[in-house]
Design a protein around this ligand. Structure first.
Ligand SMILES: C[S@@+](CC[C@H](N)C(=O)[O-])C[C@H]1O[C@@H](n2cnc3c(N)ncnc32)[C@H](O)[C@@H]1O
Length: 230
């Protein structure tokens, strides 16, 4: 019998968790870009959805009043436990992000990096983030651009990055349609290039040029800032 998709994703991340931090170069660049856009403050309550080994979560904890990270993979969460042990204002919860165990309108900022493409029901995640976001809160989401699927496939197969397991990448257009049908609205979006990682500075310049020319939909990753649509 075929394993349910959610279980397969969970087992995949349980398997790769022990090397995730050493091999997550491509994710690291996207996280760095996202953190530059993210306004944090010491009164804020923040959530990292699909927090993995806790790198963004740690930054949320350092720069906000309270941060919580949620993930389905216990092995990825163990990686996060090691990082946050000095931070009494950070908590971790193991759960499925399609059904968040929080009251409505509690978070000022929600981050969600490289997670939505792994879900069975991505719309449920978008609506759950809208439900738990404060009326003036913002979601910061990143996801790969489906146009570059062949490159991601080669990067996985050659071990350049941690294999991402079961995923359905979105084109920027499909992601827009999904968001338009959800309880969130796009406030800002940009594309980012980061490969080859050694040419990172050049890639940053290239990203800026592509965004200025309104060619962000050609970039490797999409960074999207969202607000509640109700
Ligand atoms: C590519 S990793 C990204 C981790 C982290 N956000 C980062 O940027 O390094 C994807 C993460 O999503 C988590 N994930 C996938 N599906 C999930 C689900 N349904 N509920 C909770 N977490 C999930 C995985 O366990 C994994 O930690």
């Amino acid at each position: 019998m075929k394993m349910p998709r959610k279980k397969e994703v969970e087992e995949h991340y349980n398997k790769v968790a022990h090397t995730y931090d050493q091999r997550d170069l491509t994710y690291a660049h996207v996280r760095a870009q996202l953190l530059r856009l993210l306004p944090l403050g010491e009164n804020q309550v923040t959530l990292d959805v699909g927090c993995g080994t806790g790198k963004i979560l740690l930054e949320l904890g350092r720069n906000s009043r309270y941060a919580v990270g949620v993930d389905i993979s216990s092995a990825m969460l163990r990686g996060a436990i090691r990082k946050i042990k000095e931070f009494p204002n950070i908590d971790l919860v193991r759960c499925d992000v399609e059904c968040l165990p929080f009251r409505k309108a509690v978070f000022d900022r929600i981050t969600c990096t490289e997670v939505i493409e792994h879900l069975e029901a991505p719309m449920s995640l978008l609506n759950e983030m809208a439900r738990t976001l404060k009326p003036d809160g913002e979601v910061f989401l990143t996801t790969p651009n489906d146009l570059w699927f062949p490159l991601f496939y080669i990067a996985d197969k050659t071990g350049i990055r941690v294999p991402e397991g079961l995923a359905n990448h979105f084109s920027p257009w499909r992601m827009r349609r999904l968001i338009d049908d959800s309880d969130l609205r796009v406030r800002y979006s940009k594309g980012t290039m980061f490969f080859p990682a050694k040419a990172w500075k050049f890639m940053e310049i290239l990203s800026e040029v592509l965004n200025k020319l309104r060619l962000q939909n050609l970039c490797l990753k999409q960074i999207i800032v969202l607000r509640r649509g109700f």
